[in-house]
Design a protein around this ligand. Structure first.
Ligand SMILES: Cc1cc2nc3c(=O)[nH]c(=O)nc-3n(C[C@H](O)[C@H](O)[C@H](O)COP(=O)(O)OP(=O)(O)OC[C@H]3O[C@@H](n4cnc5c(N)ncnc54)[C@H](O)[C@@H]3O)c2cc1C
Length: 266
């Protein structure tokens, strides 16, 4: 059994967010982190590994510099890493990204008892589309918004978060789950992990190594294979601070009428 964790390197948006004049993120000038939901996915995989002794493989598609993120994930406890990297993959939208990652997973080899874990959503692209699209392309079942996982052989019980509660779903492997932060608290790298991470296998999949997969065609990957077009991107105007109206309901309503009358709105 193996668990494949898809992790994306994203700009750290908790600090100053740099935006290009055309409205796109200026990724080069911002520090990068592992997408937070993907840390929860890896933590879930490592906990299953502790119970079942399975192998955990982390996969990312990104620039060569994403190798550093993979080393950190290996230091946390993943067994192997795969970096999908190549000029032909650049400019991919979610459709093309999932096409390429699905092909990479097929190259790693998806067996009946395997699980693929993704984050629910990346904090930069924010679409939450890549996980479900990978599942579709591999023709395997998927459960999204997973806040709890328990494994019983090939049966995986998932607690799936809804707006107003939870849904319990059992799914059979091979399957794909998208993980949310409520699932767990990701662990830190250990000193031993940091010292040993560069001895673990880290394989690079370039275009040549994936091109024989039927999902990889010039018009299904990269910018050419991306059906999404961004026509306009802008920063939403900041909302002004609200006013709290103190007192009883009646007093608050009277104050509200007073404010609206002052502004000649009523
Ligand atoms: C026309 C176009 C061109 C683009 N060009 C670029 C570009 O050149 N460089 C760039 O960085 N982005 C580019 N993007 C953005 C890119 O498409 C998305 O960031 C990417 O497809 C992932 O979508 P998302 O961020 O919404 O991920 P989500 O769907 O929100 O991610 C969900 C989960 O999927 C997995 N996942 C997502 N992406 C990856 C990945 N790369 N590797 C491993 N796992 C992943 C993670 O587990 C993640 O938590 C482009 C977008 C468009 C529309």
């Amino acid at each position: 059994m193996k668990i494949i964790v898809c992790a994306k390197q994203v700009p750290d948006t908790s600090g100053k967010v740099a935006v290009n004049p055309n409205g796109t993120l200026n990724r080069a000038s911002m520090p990068t982190i592992t997408n937070p939901d993907d840390m929860n996915a890896l933590e879930a995989a490592l906990r299953i590994k502790e119970q079942t002794d399975c192998k955990v493989i982390v996969v990312t598609m990104g620039p060569m510099s994403a190798r550093k993120m993979l080393l950190e994930l290996l230091a946390m406890g993943a067994d192997e890493a795969v970096l999908i990297c190549g000029g032909q993959f650049g400019g991919s939208d979610t459709y093309a990204t999932s096409q390429i990652i699905a092909a990479a997973i097929r190259k790693i080899g998806l067996e009946n008892e395997d699980i693929i874990l993704c984050g629910r959503q990346a904090i930069d692209g924010d679409t939450a589309q890549v996980g479900p699209q990978i599942a579709e392309k591999l023709d395997i079942p998927q459960v999204t918004y997973v806040a709890g996982i328990s494994v019983d052989g090939r049966y995986i019980s998932c607690k799936r978060m809804l707006e107003d509660g939870y849904m319990n779903i059992q799914v059979e492997t091979p399957c794909l789950l998208t993980c949310i932060k409520e699932l767990n608290e990701p662990r830190y790298m250990t000193v031993k992990g940091i010292l040993e991470c560069d001895k673990k296998p880290l394989t690079i999949f370039d275009y040549e190594s994936l091109k024989d997969d039927p999902l990889i065609e010039p018009d299904t990957i990269g910018l050419k294979g991306s059906p999404t077009n961004i026509f306009k991107s802008f920063t939403a105007p900041q909302k002004g601070t609200g006013i709290m109206l103190e007192g009883s309901d009646r007093e608050a309503v009277e104050k509200l009428f007073g404010i609206l009358a002052e502004k000649h709105l009523i």
